[in-house]
Design a protein around this ligand. Structure first.
Ligand code: ATP
Length: 295
């Protein structure tokens, strides 16, 4: 039994203390990464689920979900929200700022509980799954991932077996080439919080870190801000069509998600439109207008 107590001053006055007690070192180290990424958001849900199935397809459905944040209970953020994320497919969530895209991610991570409706993973409510199991299956790469002091390799593989194929993950994350150009390749020290690397390099390492763990559901939450379009394109191309993974991409940059199997446009907490890029362009509604505004 290993316990972690992490103290972190989060760039401000707040000092948060988080205690995690886990059954084995691997889980502990893996979860520590998430803790650093989400210091500002404490789960507000029960963690009593027990399911840990051997097989999971990663199919997710939001069924008529209603949600308001605990701090603002009178403001409905998601309303009658229904969406399906299919295994082996890439779904892109797009829409105006404040529409509810990141809220969907927070619900998938079980930081909050919906008020009504269901969120199902493989047809079972999210809350029925063991919390740690769920966090291994659903990986989120956020806008500003945090790296640990240590080598590039350590940052990708911490807590995993030596034999893990980290270079393949780095290739998919479009990180391998720049890593090989670093002074000591994968053994290069990244500095405190990854300070010796550019933002886009940190981002790509974080993607490799998620990929090497082979989660059933991979969520890329606004990774576009620090990646150049070429890099983002390459990453999405490498990830698209991974038959055993559900890919959810939250994107402002609409150009890069044109190849998504499904584009879902959310505004005011509801689904306004869904379809492929071509279908949405042909219907000449909100998505079409959003695209037009960008030119
Ligand atoms: P953006 O594209 O700007 O990231 P978004 O579509 O991801 O926006 P959300 O971040 O999900 O939108 O926000 C949806 C609504 O919920 C907004 O009105 C936002 O102000 C509100 N909101 C977000 N987080 C919280 C919170 N922790 N407490 C209260 N309200 C919140």
């Amino acid at each position: 039994m290993v316990s972690f107590i992490l103290y972190q001053s989060n760039f401000g006055d707040n000092i948060r203390t988080l205690t995690y007690i886990f059954g084995d070192m691997l889980n502990s180290v893996g979860a520590a990464g998430k803790v650093f990424e989400y210091l500002d958001r404490k789960p507000q849900v029960s963690t009593e689920g027990e399911l840990k199935p051997d097989q999971l397809t990663g199919h997710i459905s939001f069924n008529n979900v209603n949600f308001a944040y605990p701090a603002t209970p009178n403001t409905t953020v998601l309303q009658d929200f229904s969406v399906e994320l299919k295994s082996g497919q890439m779904t892109a969530l797009v829409g105006p700022s404040g529409g509810g895209k990141s809220t969907c991610v927070s619900l998938l991570e079980r930081f909050y509980e919906q008020r009504n409706g269901d969120i199902l993973l493989d047809n079972k409510p999210l809350k029925s799954y063991d919390h740690r199991f769920l966090h291994k299956q659903i990986a989120v790469v956020s806008q500003k991932p945090v790296l640990f002091s240590g080598s590039v390799k350590y940052n990708i593989t911490y807590g995993l077996a030596e034999s893990v194929n980290f270079q393949e993950a780095a290739r998919k994350a479009n990180a391998h080439d720049f890593i090989m150009k670093l002074e000591k390749g994968y053994d290069t020290e990244v500095g405190e919080g990854g300070s010796r690397l550019a933002e886009s390099e940190r981002q790509r390492i974080a993607i490799a870190r998620a990929l090497v763990r082979q989660p059933r559901v991979l969520i890329l939450d606004e990774i576009t801000s620090s990646l150049d379009p070429d890099s983002e394109n390459k990453i999405l191309k490498a990830l698209a069509g991974c038959s055993n993974q559900t890919l959810l991409v939250i994107a402002h940059r609409l150009k890069t998600i044109e190849k998504a199997d499904q584009i879902v446009l959310i505004a005011d907490g509801t689904v306004q439109e869904r379809g492929t890029h071509q279908e949405l362009m042909d219907s000449r509604k909100s998505y079409y207008k959003l695209r037009e505004n960008l030119h």
